[in-house]
Write a protein that binds this ligand. Structure first.
Ligand SMILES: Cc1cc2nc3c(=O)[nH]c(=O)nc-3n(C[C@H](O)[C@H](O)[C@H](O)COP(=O)(O)OP(=O)(O)OC[C@H]3O[C@@H](n4cnc5c(N)ncnc54)[C@H](O)[C@@H]3O)c2cc1C
Length: 303
């Protein structure tokens, strides 16, 4: 890695939140070969490593990260006339969506304006506006921790809501996504452009500029909507039945409620956690209740 590796590099410059302490070592890789080499060297030296894409879905501690951070910026793409689209993992997802739509290929419009890379989107099964990676991914090229480069079909990823087999794999065994192949379908470029413009307009009005993680809540499931309704009733929070989190998240604006963060922990009305958040009035046991399955603060962006 030589001179490309930086020591004690603050990670704040590599994350959307603009926070994060130093990485012991950091290397920005602009080709797949550089990624393979960096990971190989870390493995040979017994140094822990992790891969960062756009840093749009991570919250890095002020204490920083021990070991090597590999920033994946390899971004070559190939768009086939038959709708097969190949992209290196460091390619920006939003640019890929724009390019494919301009070539009359449908399937990635939902990713208009999505911050981050193809690799990050694949790992987190990113999605928005009714689409997600799982519905268009054909296969992935992976670098296994033992150094083997291998191809896996999309089914291998065992995708679920904002989850994948890679995301569920503990870090030392986690493979690196080197590239992804998508199967898109023919579409009308003008219609695709119009849809993407709608999505971009939506994002512009909802997402603040500057340091941000986008939205921090999971989309409600039917179960979490019911639990949220119960929580709203229990806390005397005005809400419409069935609106669940949608209304809960609008409450501070609509009802002038102040919001404070509470200690993370399961809410009695959310026995299964579910990563939901419930707003309530301050003083009456209110504030924001951050509810994760293990009582953790869940960051899970989507629309
Ligand atoms: C304003 C804003 C709006 C957003 N809107 C949405 C939205 O609508 N829908 C949505 O799903 N998300 C959304 N997000 C979250 C974010 O854009 C996505 O999760 C995105 O896919 C993250 O990609 P990234 O490259 O930044 O990943 P990173 O944050 O860099 O990494 C995320 C995780 O993936 C791992 N990783 C990254 N690249 C690789 C790789 N090549 N190989 C192996 N592991 C890797 C990292 O180690 C980390 O664990 C939003 C974020 C912001 C800031």
């Amino acid at each position: 890695m030589g001179e490309r590796a930086r020591r004690d590099e603050p990670l704040a410059s590599y994350t959307a939140m603009r926070v994060g302490g130093p990485a012991d070592l950091l290397v920005v890789c602009r080709t797949t070969e550089e990624v393979v080499e960096a990971v190989g060297r870390a493995r040979a030296a017994g140094v822990p490593w992790l891969v960062l894409g756009g840093g749009c879905n991570v919250l890095v501690s002020d204490a920083g990260v021990r070991g090597l951070v590999v920033v994946h910026r390899a971004d070559r793409t190939h768009i086939g006339a038959d709708g097969t689209v190949w992209a290196e993992a460091g390619a920006p997802m939003a640019a890929l969506a724009r390019e494919t739509a301009a070539r009359g290929l449908a399937g990635l419009e939902w990713a208009a304006g999505l911050p981050g890379t193809v690799g990050g989107a694949v790992v987190g099964n990113a999605g928005a506006f009714g689409g997600d990676v799982a519905s268009v991914l054909r296969s992935v090229t992976l670098l296994k921790p033992d150094g083997e480069v291998t191809e896996r079909p999309a089914e291998w990823m065992a995708f679920s809501y904002r989850e994948s087999r890679i995301k569920r794999t503990p870090r030392p065994e986690r493979p690196v996504v080197l590239a992804a192949t998508f199967a898109l379908t023919p579409g009308d470029p003008a219609a695709l452009a119009a849809r993407m413009e709608e999505i971009l307009a939506w994002r512009r009005t909802r997402h603040p500029s500057g340091a941000t993680m986008g939205s921090t809540f999971k989309n409600p499931t039917r179960k979490s909507r019911r639990a949220s309704d119960r929580a709203g009733r229990a806390e005397g929070v005005p809400h419409r039945r069935g609106d669940g989190l949608g209304v809960a998240c609008q409450l501070p604006h609509q009802h002038g409620l102040r919001h404070r963060r509470r200690r993370p922990g399961p809410h009695p009305a959310h026995p299964d956690g579910g990563g939901a958040a419930v707003w309530g009035p301050p003083g009456a046991g209110g504030g924001i209740h951050w509810v994760g399955r293990g009582g953790e603060l869940t960051i899970n962006n989507d629309q």
